[in-house]
Design a binder for this molecule. Structure first.
Ligand SMILES: Cc1ncc(COP(=O)(O)O)c(C=O)c1O
Length: 364
């Protein structure tokens, strides 16, 4: 049996005619950078998330970088985040020479433990970046309240949670700034790198537009040190098509997750994801925690089932962050969870027979 971890080919086959038409239109218009498709995509994004402003950009990483640049985060500043995330979340803080300050995760959701944030706030703290990991939104209300009390910015790293909901609102519309990714394997993915910043403030949105275009406010007039962080028009054209069908895909992801929940609940030594009552995960990943991960991984691999580990080493133990002075044992929950997580095949197009096979192998 040949199975994909995320079946992007099946997804393309589904929308092929429309996507091909849109891409060809961009090619014949020769409007590859900027233009109508980007503007339309930003409008669609705003409407989808309910955000006031949307700025499309070149990746989720650049979205985070641009958000921090717009806030003028620099050397001497501290930004609080989780060590149990993809490197990009903390990398951008380091790139601006600010200091990533880690806070351990909650053992049930694997998102930042809001109860441990306040003890890490200092005079240098400027922002908090909660990550809505695996597609489940972090405790944004509590985090926003802490931020308000200490006059800090909150940037939701929603790279994995675009399409998720939280107390009847959508991820990316839960804090003053949110950043998301359209990397191909993300819930809403394009066919290259892509991302967006969604935010409340019009002036800040304008600053981000300038920053992502080499700090240029008028042609060849450069106001800030910026980056080349534009989304290309072809990706916007593809995303415009995919966004039309996205809710249907979110629903299908939920159905796949439901089948895993129903059929794996009684399997010993496997802990299924905990999704809190006031939110719906978009299941960017369906990640289980198991006592003997090597055994599960081997069994899946032998059966020809792809799996992935998100993430095997928490960021405070990464060589790149040695200079921060953290040591083993500093974030025990992140360390424990990183040793036992494994993500199962998940996509709206996962075939029922393939999923049944995954379940059969896990049931042993
Ligand atoms: C939590 C998180 N933040 C940031 C990123 C960076 O997004 P991109 O790959 O689009 O740069 C990712 C992507 O993997 C992610 O999972």
């Amino acid at each position: 049996m040949k199975m994909d971890f995320i079946d992007l080919k099946a997804q393309y086959a589904m929308y092929k005619d429309e996507i091909d038409r849109e891409v060809l239109e961009v090619m014949s218009s020769a409007r590859f950078i900027g233009g109508e498709k980007i503007l339309a995509f930003e409008e669609n994004l705003k409407a989808y998330c309910g955000a006031h402003e949307a700025v499309a950009c070149s990746s989720g990483t650049d979205a985070l970088l641009l958000a921090l640049m717009a806030l003028d985060i620099k050397e001497g500043d501290e930004v609080i985040t989780t060590p149990f995330t993809f490197i990009a979340t903390a990398e951008v803080i380091g790139l601006l020479k600010a200091k990533p300050v880690f806070v351990d995760i909650d053992e049930e959701t694997y998102n930042i433990d809001h109860l441990k944030i306040e003890e890490k706030i200092t005079k240098k703290t400027k922002a908090i970046i909660p990550v809505s990991l695996y597609g489940q939104v972090a405790n944004m209300d509590e985090i926003n309240q802490i931020a308000k009390k200490h006059n800090l910015w909150v940037i939701e790293d929603a790279a994995q949670s675009f399409g998720a909901s939280y107390k009847n609102k959508r991820s990316c519309n839960l804090s003053p700034i949110a950043c998301t990714s359209f990397f191909p394997s993300k819930p809403l993915g394009c066919y290259s790198d892509g991302g967006a910043v969604l935010l409340e403030d019009e002036e800040m949105a304008l600053k981000i537009r300038i920053l992502l275009n080499h700090g240029q406010d008028k042609r060849y007039n450069h106001k800030y040190i910026g980056i080349n962080g534009r989304l290309d028009a072809m990706q916007a054209a593809i995303l415009n098509v995919k966004l039309k069908y996205f809710d249907e895909e979110v629903k299908k992801r939920g159905e796949v997750a439901k089948r895993y929940f129903e059929n794996l609940a009684d399997v010993k030594n496997i802990k299924l994801p905990t999704i809190l009552k006031d939110r719906d995960s978009v299941f960017a990943q369906f990640t289980i925690v198991c006592q003997d991960r090597d055994d599960i991984k081997n069994r899946l691999t032998k059966a020809g089932i792809p799996s992935a580990i998100h993430y095997p080493k928490p960021l405070h133990l990464q060589e790149v962050f040695e200079y921060l002075g953290y040591k083993k044992g500093d974030f025990p929950i992140s360390e424990k969870i990183s040793k036992s997580v494994i993500s199962l095949p998940m996509s709206p197009f996962l075939k029922k027979e393939d999923q049944d096979y995954v379940i059969e192998v896990l049931r042993g």
